[in-house]
Ligand binder design. Sequence first.
Ligand code: NDP
Length: 246
Amino acid sequence: MKNNIEGKVVAITGASSGIGEATAVMLAAQGAKVVLAARRSNRLKALTDRIKAAGGEAVFVVIDIKLRNDLVRLVDLACQTYGRLDVIVNNAGISRLSRMDDLQVEEWDEMIDVNLKGTLYGIAAALPVFKRQGSGHVINILSTSGIKIVPLQGVYAGTKNAVRTLTEALRQESGGAYRVTGISPGFVNTELADHIKDEAAKTAIQEKIARIAISPDSIAGAVAYAISQPAHVDVGDIVIRPTMQD
Ligand code: NDP
């Protein structure tokens, strides 16, 4: 293994666009065997074909991260196809911004289900494999929204900070059996904001993204950095934001 990435089996949720897609492309180019998951099968198939055409190794499975058993199917696919799972990147996420007194309770539930419970389901699916192997790596994608709290992002930031908390607990509980990393991106140029229903919040965020956002490759690079460290080195926490971000 030349770079500690080559040959590793890496499952990535939310691989159909944005940070997940960029991470898949970058890791596969460095020799990882990537196992891709999201709901949009056409996007996953196109990405898998693209990675293979470039000489990489990839498979995909369509999952809904809200369903615990779908994460089990993702980990099973990695183990059945490549014989093991070295890393799970819990990246799938949604951002639905609104004032709390707008009572968008369904959106709150959705963010809790995808961002928090989906990450927990990924961890629950991967840990038995990591314990069996005696090695593994959980990488959770957090957000700077959880570091600098601002209006409209209360529930989104809350889900990300819940994941931040459990990420650190998991690291301490790991006893050295597996590595645990949290990565907090700032504004990144992806489709994330396109799905915000509050038009004012959406326009404000999209304007900011157009002005200052960084490429998903910057976050993919952080994932690659964490994986590429020697086994006895755990990268705990990385924050990456545009230089212009306040
Ligand atoms: P994208 O919208 O481009 O990607 C989100 C991914 O999550 C997609 O692949 C989507 O796939 C997947 N996803 C959403 N819901 C589900 C679901 N129910 N089941 C399975 N997959 C799902 O946004 P980003 O790349 O920006 O987001 C990736 C992560 O980065 C998220 O956790 C986000 O919170 C975080 N982040 C992003 C920032 C940014 O500025 N962009 C800043 C800070 C953090 P599909 O629709 O095909 O299911």
